[in-house]
Design a binder for this molecule. Structure first.
Ligand code: AHR
Length: 539
């Protein structure tokens, strides 16, 4: 089932207007290149900082859906697949290698049906429930304590989404107490009896998921009412942990404005509005088949990043309208994003899809776009970490294969926690017809950041041209000068290439190699359909 069909059959009418995915139409067989052929320019500007690139930009999302949790993260203590207390070892290690920053859990639509008490205590006594959204039995074997241990072992921060759609304020407050309380309350002692005496100190809490759709089909004013009631008590239950609440937003329409206005109309309006530290936005891409896509579909998919960038700029503008003069602005939590190919949506293999180099390039262009918004993006979680949608790895029994997208997350590591730098791209462009609209995009996508000592700059470059290399003139404004660099790259001979269980290493990132370049102005070639990370030393 593709996403459109899923939305239709699951009754999420409100999201039909979201504008993801390509519409079929009269499309040129291949986009026409415009502008100067195969030469582009990238100017990196040092004196217009855009804020720190939050390491949570490389976040993950895990939902009880298909084989994401059961198969990807949890195999059980009696499994012959190597595990630590039932947690799958190879996927844990894979996440550790890319320094996974944050893992959002337990959904997704599943979150607004999840009752956390079903997932604690002796596993043999936990109930089996029915996963309403994704059509399979839920054994509740992976619950709060297993999730926290998975986060701990992978090095990621937990990010919990509470149940607004079918839960209660009391349930959410008690969940927070279970996770964060250091008092000798019965609930905190229960956590101790379940093997973890110390509080988990969870910082990130999302108040529901897609509450305009699967999370309760609320109007923004009704959601504001629920949000205020949840946060009013959850904030008190936080117990000194500097918790951050993430409110549900929407990428289109007037949901965000109406939500903020409704919060402001409450007696403690400003106070409640201030609790919205991040606003959740979701965005999915889709164009053509997962593997046998046309060249038009290739460009069509990549061009959709332009739509996402425009959406994010509009969300930033709305946030700023409601911002108090001396208070920090809420960040955007793009806590679900990625490519959603047309694949079945129910059961044990729900939303399991192949992952090609095209998907990886889409991820890289998206991440460049997020980096270019600097500190305005506080978090981004790709959907989903294993076996579902644009995953990091696919498992089958004891086997695991890393996807091309995994390597993009590896290549973007050097940006994390660095100071984002503004950069100006001048590039030949491609055009894609999308219904009645023509989308024009630069072949070159780029982002830049500077390390703390100002001695190294990281550039992530994507040449989206299918066949031609791009010579990029790179210029460091403000007198910074290069003295050598390291280069890593992800590409393959065909953009339809993927890693399979039989051939797991078709699309892998290269090891770092030294490049001798110097000066504040140099030319560097980026091969067709490739992603590169250049870490340049500065004098
Ligand atoms: O990631 C799959 C689903 O997509 C999530 O459950 C939901 O939040 C979104 O619509």
């Amino acid at each position: 089932m593709n996403r459109r069909k899923f939305l239709k059959t699951s009754g999420l009418a409100a999201v039909a207007a979201k504008g993801f995915g390509a519409t079929a139409g009269a499309l040129p067989a291949s986009p026409a290149p415009r502008g100067g052929a195969n030469r582009a320019r990238l100017t990196v500007i040092f004196d217009e900082p855009i804020g720190r690139l939050n390491r949570n930009l490389l976040g993950q999302f895990a939902e009880h859906l298909g084989a994401c949790v059961y198969g990807g993260m949890w195999v059980g203590t009696n499994s012959s697949i190597p595990n630590i207390h039932g947690l799958r070892k190879d996927t844990l290690e894979a996440l550790k290698r890319i320094h996974a920053s944050i893992i959002r859990w337990p959904g997704g639509c599943f979150a607004d049906t999840y009752h956390w008490r079903n997932g604690i205590g002796p596993r043999s006594k936990r109930p089996t429930t029915w996963n309403l959204w994704w059509g399979r039995e839920e054994p509740n074997a992976f619950g709060t304590d297993e999730y926290m241990e998975y986060c701990h072992l992978s090095g990621a921060s937990p990010y919990v989404c509470v149940n607004v759609g079918s839960g209660s304020v009391r349930e959410a407050v008690e969940w927070m107490e279970y996770c964060n309380s250091s008092h000798a309350t019965t609930i905190a002692r229960e956590r101790g009896a379940n093997g973890h005496a110390e509080p988990y100190n969870v910082t990130y809490w999302s108040v529901g998921n897609e509450n305009w759709g699967c999370g309760g089909a609320f109007a923004p004013e009704d959601y504001a009412d629920h949000y205020a009631r949840y946060v009013n008590l959850m904030a008190r239950a936080a117990e000194g942990v500097p918790v951050q609440f993430v409110a549900c937003g929407l990428e289109g329409g007037d949901w965000n404005r109406r939500f903020f206005e409704a919060l402001l109309r409450r007696p403690a309006g400003r106070g409640i509005l201030r609790t919205v530290r991040q606003l959740s936005i979701h965005h999915y891409f889709h164009d053509g088949a997962a593997v046998d896509f046309s060249d038009r579909d290739y460009y069509g998919l990549l061009a959709q990043v332009g739509e996402l960038e425009a959406i994010l700029r509009r969300v930033v503008a709305t946030i700023d309208e409601f911002k108090e003069p001396n208070a920090p602005a809420a960040g955007i939590a793009l806590d679900e994003w990625g490519v959603w190919h047309p694949v079945p949506g129910q059961g044990a293999e729900a939303l399991l899809q192949p992952n090609t180099l095209r998907d990886a390039l889409l991820a890289a262009v998206t991440l460049n776009g997020l980096c270019n918004l600097g500190s305005r993006i506080s978090m981004a979680c790709i959907a989903q970490v294993f076996n579902v949608l644009q995953s990091m790895a696919i498992t089958r029994g004891a086997q695991m294969v890393l996807t091309p997208t995994y390597y993009v997350f590896d290549l973007f590591q050097p940006h994390m926690d660095q100071a984002g730098l503004k950069s100006v791209v001048e590039s030949p462009t491609y055009e894609v017809q999308e219904g009645k609209r023509t989308m024009a995009r630069d072949y070159l996508s780029a982002a830049a950041s500077l390390n703390e000592s100002r001695k190294q700059i990281c550039l992530t470059l994507v040449n989206q041209h299918l066949t031609d290399p791009l010579d990029v003139e790179i210029e460091f404004a403000a007198g910074a000068s290069a003295t050598g660099a390291t280069l890593r790259e992800l590409t393959s001979s065909n953009v339809r290439d993927q890693n399979t269980f039989d051939h797991p290493d078709v699309v892998v990132a290269t090891a770092a190699k030294h490049l001798s370049l110097s000066g504040h102005h140099f030319t560097h070639t980026v091969p067709p359909h490739s992603v590169q990370t250049l870490v340049v030393n500065l004098v």
